[in-house]
Design a protein around this ligand. Structure first.
Ligand code: FMN
Length: 188
């Protein structure tokens, strides 16, 4: 079993990335290999069918690698900061580079972080997107706030809230259970 967590923040070293890293540790407890694709570290080009933009070779390679990783994953986690009450345009642009063949009947977890008033609305919006990809959005989701994190001496953020750590365990258990007991294999 292999998973992929997509992080859609504009910031390298984001809270959403810290949450993704915490989840990787939880998946590791199940001996499950999970990669993080952080779109701030490895950006994609804006979706462009007309060739009016000129992505660098690195960005082109990122896009191909992103598509391959999404296709190979047995499950996905979509991670987003709250931008204007919704998920980020960066994440939406990345998702526009794939289609339902990449998502069909795969369990999808939703995670996000807000800096203002904590909100799960970005995740509700993502739930609608997942349906259009024919993915299976799992019921438990994680919507944190900046104040749920702390910093190591080198400035690296980590998830420091006990309640959210517990929720992260439940979230991961749920995704693993969905993948192991999928009744949807024949619908892929
Ligand atoms: C373009 C933009 C729009 C934002 N809109 C909101 C918002 O509507 N509500 C909110 O709570 N925070 C908003 N924020 C703040 C982010 O949610 C906050 O910076 C958060 O820490 C981002 O998480 P991250 O570190 O994972 O990127 C916005 C930030 C940006 C850059």
């Amino acid at each position: 079993m292999k998973g992929l967590i997509i992080v859609g923040s504009a910031k390298v070293g984001s809270h959403t990335n810290a949450l993704a890293k915490y989840l990787v540790g939880q998946f590791d407890n199940h001996d499950i290999d999970v990669d993080i694709y952080d779109l701030a570290e490895r950006p994609l080009n804006q979706l462009d069918f007309s060739g009016t933009t000129h992505p660098t070779e690195t960005v082109k390679a990122n896009t191909k690698d992103f598509q391959d990783k999404v296709m190979e994953a047995d499950f996905l986690v979509l991670g987003t900061p709250n931008y204007h009450g919704s998920y980020s345009g960066i994440l939406k642009n990345a998702l526009d580079h794939v289609n339902m063949d990449y998502f069909k009947m795969k369990p999808i977890g939703l995670i996000g972080n807000s800096g203002g008033i904590v909100s799960s609305e970005p995740l509700s919006h993502l739930r609608v997107i997942v349906r259009s990809f024919l993915g299976i959005a799992v019921p438990t989701q994680i919507a944190t706030h900046d104040s749920d994190y702390n910093k190591l001496d080198d400035g690296t953020l980590y998830l420091d809230d006990e309640q959210f750590q517990l929720r992260a365990k439940l979230f991961v258990d749920q995704i693993v259970s969905f993948v192991n007991n999928s009744p949807y294999e024949h619908l892929k």
